[in-house]
Structure formats: structure tokens, C-alpha cells
Design a binder for this molecule. Structure first.
Ligand code: FES
Length: 202
């Protein structure tokens, strides 16, 4: 079963806007569920800047099914969390560094320069790679649009990840830029797992 918690498509003029995105946020001590039931509530709340500025967001991943992706908010920015299928993990791992436009991991959990291997893109603060979960900041590295590809039916681009319709950047299943004007891979935010099903971003 696929449970969608938000729809994020372009606006009437074709440009994606922030209001199209679900704003899941939480106090630092409160886990946020990914269930559909909270969507109508949070959609109405329009969090103010003080809420958006929270330094961390805890996300309960237990209701995210395999193959599904969700959006949450962290420090006012959208963060995409994709629970990848076995085939998607294999696809990410099979991509050689030479095929990448940007070979840097861009993972805030890693110190120093690391290559953009699939493992390096799914490594959390504890240094452990969890290939099933990809967590990226959902902001195109070209000019800052919000890429499509998280909600069901959206264009995921030519590389099965995300597609930025603003100028046509394609990201792969590990959030790595593969085609278009964006210069860098999607950023991996700092995060750690508090349990098997709860991740703290920030
Ligand atoms: S902002 Fe994404 S391609 Fe230009």
C-alpha cells in the first residue's frame, strides 16, 4: 500500500511553490508521524518562522512503506525521505563515479571529502549506511527550486529520482545530479537514528 501524505506539484504557471508542500515539523522532543491523518491539520497551521527555525526535526518512519517518499520540514527547508526498494538500492549502487556530474558525497554526516557512492549518500552521523533510507534536502542545487518526484505520479526524471522542472535538472535514486544545469548533488542533511524507526534531522 502506498500512503501519500502530500501532493507537491507545480503551480498553475508551472513553477513549484513552497505552499505545495507538506509542512511536517515538531518540537525537538516530539516525534512527528508520517501518517496521512495529520495532513489536514498541519496544512492549516501555517507554521511561523519560530517553528520553522527549530534546529532539529524528529520523524517517525514507521508508516513509510517501501517505495514511498515523504517530505518533512527541517529549519524551514523541505527534506525528502525515500524508502528505497531493493531494485532502487541496486540501481544506486551500480552507478559508477565516472557517470556522475558531481562525484562528491555532499553528506553533512561525513567529515572530509567523500566520493558520492551510494553508501556515502545514505550514511548517518554514526557512520552507518542504511541503504533503504535516502534523506536529502529537497532544494535544487541550481537556483533553489523544489524538485518533483516525491509524491505519487510526479515526474521523477530520467534517473528515477527527482526532477526539477524549473530548468530541467534530473537527480538519480541517490539524489545525485545526472543531467541539467544543477551543479551539485542534493545535500544530505545531518541526521541520526534514535531508533530503527525514528530519525532526528539536525
Ligand atoms: S532551479 Fe532546478 S534546474 Fe534550475
Amino acid at each position: 500500500m502506498t500512503t501519500e501524505i502530500s501532493d507537491a506539484g507545480p503551480s498553475d504557471d508551472g513553477e513549484p511553490t513552497r505552499r505545495d508542500f507538506i509542512h511536517i515539523f515538531a518540537a525537538a522532543t516530539a516525534a512527528v508521524g508520517a501518517g496521512a491523518t495529520i495532513w489536514p491539520l498541519v496544512h492549516q497551521m501555517n507554521p511561523d518562522a519560530s517553528v520553522l527555525a527549530l534546529s532539529t526535526s524528529e520523524v517517525d518512519l514507521s508508516s513509510v512503506s517501501v517505495g514511498q517518499a515523504i517530505k518533512v520540514m527541517w529549519q524551514g527547508k523541505p527534506v525528502f525521505i525515500r524508502r528505497r526498494t531493493e531494485a532502487e538500492i541496486a540501481e544506486g549502487a551500480a552507478t559508477s563515479l565516472g557517470a556522475l556530474k558531481d562525484d562528491a558525497a555532499r553528506n553533512d554526516n561525513l567529515s572530509g571529502k567523500a566520493d558520492a557512492t551510494d553508501d556515502a549518500r545514505v550514511t548517518s552521523r554514526d557512520g552507518k549506511a542504511r541503504p533503504e533510507w535516502l534523506i536529502v534536502v529537497g532544494i535544487c542545487t541550481h537556483l533553489g527550486c523544489i524538485p518533483l518526484g516525491t509524491s505519487s505520479g510526479e515526474n521523477r526524471g530520467d534517473y528515477n529520482g527527482w526532477f526539477c522542472p524549473c530548468h530541467g535538472s534530473h537527480y538519480d535514486i541517490a539524489g545525485r545530479i545526472r543531467k541539467g544545469p544543477a551543479p551539485e548533488n542534493l545535500e544530505i542533511p545531518p541526521y541520526e537514528y534514535l531508533s530503527d524507526t525514528v530519525v532526528k534531522i539536525g
